[in-house]
Design a protein around this ligand. Structure first.
Ligand SMILES: [Zn+2]
Length: 288
């Protein structure tokens, strides 16, 4: 699961005709993907001089812009693993600038890492996913009272897990996907009992122990494959991404927990009682 905010990323300036609004500057790709232009704002759009925003060329392996390709930090060959990783990605994650899943996928064999994008899944529309969720060898990584500790679970499990499902999105998106799709209640629910602090320091996270999707996958795979070097290898491109961003103006985003505990939280405390309670729990380090 990804934390919510992103650090500013250096972007190339985009040429816009004077007065052009964002809706008038929809790229061809966005329009193809169903970028919404309502009738009123679309009127007169065709008379504008056409100046399309070009996407910077992306590296075919790591999906980063070619100028900041992270391939030198990826393993030379995809890692040998027997576990299948199934990533359920919220549609909003796909277009984020700082994505960790393409880096993860670039480190793994194609047949071992599948990314499925969407918010709602059903037995009828997603027979492959349903079969995976129904398999007794499948786990879903989602923390909570019902979740077993992955390390302990595999010791006692009669069937060694062959597949792990991970949800990629902000905490609220992941929660929505997990609770609103009954399919995801079928696999055994597991969580990581880790004291590792996130190294993904350029996005604000609820606590220092909230890990990005790539970090979650790295820890889970190193446990399931019983190979600690997997963790190190998968984290290398993420460390490179963070250090590049920091060198180019991104700032270390301290977690909300850190800011609250040290009286550095920059916004007024929420008036909403439920939100306030959540903040208090963060300060007192109670798992939420
Ligand atoms: Zn690359």
């Amino acid at each position: 699961m990804e934390p919510q905010e992103e650090a500013p990323t250096p972007r190339e300036p985009v040429a816009q005709p004077p007065g052009a609004s964002r809706s008038q500057m929809l790229t061809q790709a966005e329009q193809r993907e169903g970028g919404e232009v309502d009738d009123a704002s679309a009127e007169g759009l065709w008379e504008l001089p056409v100046e399309l925003v070009e996407r910077r060329p992306e590296c075919g392996r790591c999906s980063r812009p070619q100028k900041v390709c992270l391939c030198p930090f990826l393993p030379e060959h995809p890692l040998h693993i027997s576990t299948h990783l199934y990533i359920i990605q919220h549609p909003a994650e796909e277009n984020k600038v700082l994505r960790t899943v393409p880096l993860l996928a670039a480190c793994l064999p194609r047949d071992k890492c599948k990314v499925k994008i969407g918010r709602r899944f059903s037995e009828e529309r997603d027979p492959e996913l349903s079969a995976i969720c129904r398999s007794s060898g499948t786990l879903i990584l989602y923390p909570g009272a019902e979740a077993a500790n992955l390390e302990e679970f595999i010791i006692d499990s009669p069937i060694y897990p062959s597949t792990i499902v991970i949800i990629d999105g902000t905490w609220s998106q992941a929660k929505d996907i997990f609770y609103k799709n009954s399919l995801f209640r079928l696999p055994k629910q597991v969580q990581l009992n880790t004291s590792i602090s996130s190294q993904y320091v350029i996005r604000t996270q609820p606590t220092n122990r909230c890990l990005s999707t790539l970090e979650c996958a790295a820890v889970a795979l190193s446990i399931l494959e019983k190979n600690i070097s997997i963790h190190e290898t998968l984290l290398r491109p993420l460390q490179a991404l963070c250090s590049f961003q920091l060198q180019h103006g991104a700032q270390i985003r301290l977690s909300k927990e850190h800011l609250l505990r040290n009286g550095l939280y920059p916004k007024p405390m929420p008036k909403n009682k439920r939100k306030l309670r959540k903040m208090e729990l963060l300060i007192n380090s109670v798992k939420i």
